[in-house]
Each structure stands twice: as C-alpha cells, then as structure tokens.
Design a protein around this ligand. Sequence first.
Ligand code: ADP
Length: 352
Amino acid sequence: MPSLRVRAAAFPIVLVLIVLIIADLSLCAGDPSLAAVVIPVSIAILVMLSFTSLWYAGRLVRPISELMPTVDAQGRLEFRSTRTELTPPDELRALAITIAQIGEKQHRDELARQKLERVRSEFLGNVSHELRTPIFAVQGFIETLLDGAIDDPAVNRDFLERAKGQAERLNNLLNDLIDISRIESGEMRMSFRMFDIQPFLRDFIAEMQPMARARNIELYFTGNVLPHHEVSVYADKERIKQVLINLVDNAIKYSEPGTAVKVELLNGEPRAQEVTVRVIDNGIGIATEHLPRLFERFYRVDKGRARSTPGGTGLGLAIVKHITEAHRGKISVTSEIGKGSTFQFTLQKEPF
Ligand code: ADP
C-alpha cells in the first residue's frame, strides 16, 4: 500500500493528467506542429505539479507521522513530546498536539499506576513480614511449653511472659495498621476544636510519668509560655495525644536511664499563627543518612534493635506525620548520634 503522502498527492496529479490529455487531444487534433509544443509543455506542467503535490502532501501528512508512538524496551507505548516546530496547517497541528498530549497523559497515568502497585505490594510484603515475626515467636514459646517446658519452673513463667509480649506487639501492629489505612483512605475523621494546649501538655506529661520513671528518665515540660497563659490551638485532642505518645514513647525507649526528655511548647513559632511542640531527648540519636526516610512506613534505623524493643511497629512515625499534616502542621527531626534527637511539629492557632 503506497504511503499516505503518495496517496494524498496522487489525486490532483491524476486529475490534472486527465485534464491535460483531454486538452492536448482537442488542441492538437490534426495539427502535428502544435502537438510538438503542447505535449512537452504539458509534460513539464505535470512534472512540476507532481513535485509540488508531493511536497505539499508531505507537509499535510508530516504532523500525523509525528504522532506515531514508539514502543520502548519494556513494551510500553512512548509518545514523542509535543513538537512545537510542527508547521501549519493549523487544524492538523492542533490535532497532533492534542493527541500527543493525550498520549503523554496516558503514559504518566500508567507510570503512576505502576508506582502505586509497587508501593501496595511492598506494603503488603512488609505487613506479612511484620506479622509473621510475632506469630512465629508466640508459636515457638507455646510449642516449647507443650514439649515439657511447662513443668520447668525455671523457664515456664518467662516463656509465658515472652509470648504475652509478642501478642501485645501483634495487637499494636494491627492497631497501627488500622490507623494507617483509615488515615490514608480518608476514613479517619478528625474532630477539630479550639483548646488550650498548655494544660493539655502538662496533663499528658503527668500521665506519661510512670513510664518515664520506670526507665529512670526525667520527663518535664518547658517552653516560652507563662504557666497560666492561655495558648489556644485548633486541633483534634485525641489525635494530638496519639502523636505525643508516639514521640515521647520513642524518646524514652531510645534514651539511656538517668537522662532527661523534655516536651517544649513554643508559642508564635515559627509564625505568629502557629505553635511548635518539641520532644527533645538526650538519647542514642539517629545518623543523618536515616533522617530523610524516618517518617516512611516500616522504616527502621536498626532493624534488630527496634524489633527487640517492646511495642515498636515501625509505623509510629508514619502515623505521626499523617496526623500532623491533617492538622496543616509540619513535622521535622534533627538528631546527632550519641547526643539525642529533637522531633518537632507545628499546630495552627486559628481554625482553618
Ligand atoms: P518504632 O515503632 O519501631 O519505634 P517508629 O516509626 O516510631 O517505629 O520509629 C522509626 C525508627 O526511628 C525507630 O525504629 C527508631 O530506630 C528511630 N527513632 C524514632 N524515634 C527515635 C528517637 N527519639 N531516638 C532514636 N531513634 C529514634
């Protein structure tokens, strides 16, 4: 099948050829001297017309050929970027650009879909791995007890305690997973209210004191706010408590006994309409290379250490980030190995 360009040029050429033959026949009928002039002129006109038609048909068809997608190494359709040097006719140029844009959008959507698919399967892989560890541990303790350890007073209680610890870990993991999926699907409704953050933080610290004392850690409140000065924030109390529990729990968990953890309230920082809450510890710290990924789901600095730490799911900071962002706040961390870490988040002082 001839190309579109040749087919587009053929029609005017054939049409003119027929007109010229009829004209030549009627002009030259019975006059050979006239035929000697008219026929070469006709041929010359025809040759010129053929070139012009082919050239013009080429211009018409070129924008269409520019649209042709190619197939890349992974077998995906690849559209060339929208060519701005395409020349008129404008209708075809506009059509070419529109189709190329549709092609590019389709390509972007496909890449986003593939990314989502990768994240989803990575998440499922992580979830099953995380669930398997405590389940196997519980199974192991129970089997050892059934195999006779139950009658050995030196280990039976210890094994039961450990099985209980792993069951708690499983429970924490499931709760965190439910929270993450509810936040990400938008199902977790926030119940924003204006409330005074200072007494809220002081009450929270009082609640956490037994846990801090159990690890011989001094937990206290500080900040740039006078004791009875009201600082109202627009937030969901329960969710902010969940954020604080995660941060303070980590600060205590990753600190040595005898050190201090403080919760600091900075009113009007970094902007007048915001407050900053900081949880500062003098614990083991986190190496700089881990900081950018710390808020990712299941990201752990030291997998062995974190798993052996009771209650750790690797989801806590991901939840904290989601909740603060739902409050139009920002969360960040600074840390130095051996010196300690500071986690801070902002809250709005006005309804949004
Ligand atoms: P986990 O439940 O394992 O503590 P998180 O999401 O809360 O998970 O924290 C992720 C990782 O960040 C932890 O495994 C730990 O290595 C590190 N981390 C978090 N907070 C601190 C902290 N205050 N000091 C040192 N390391 C921390």
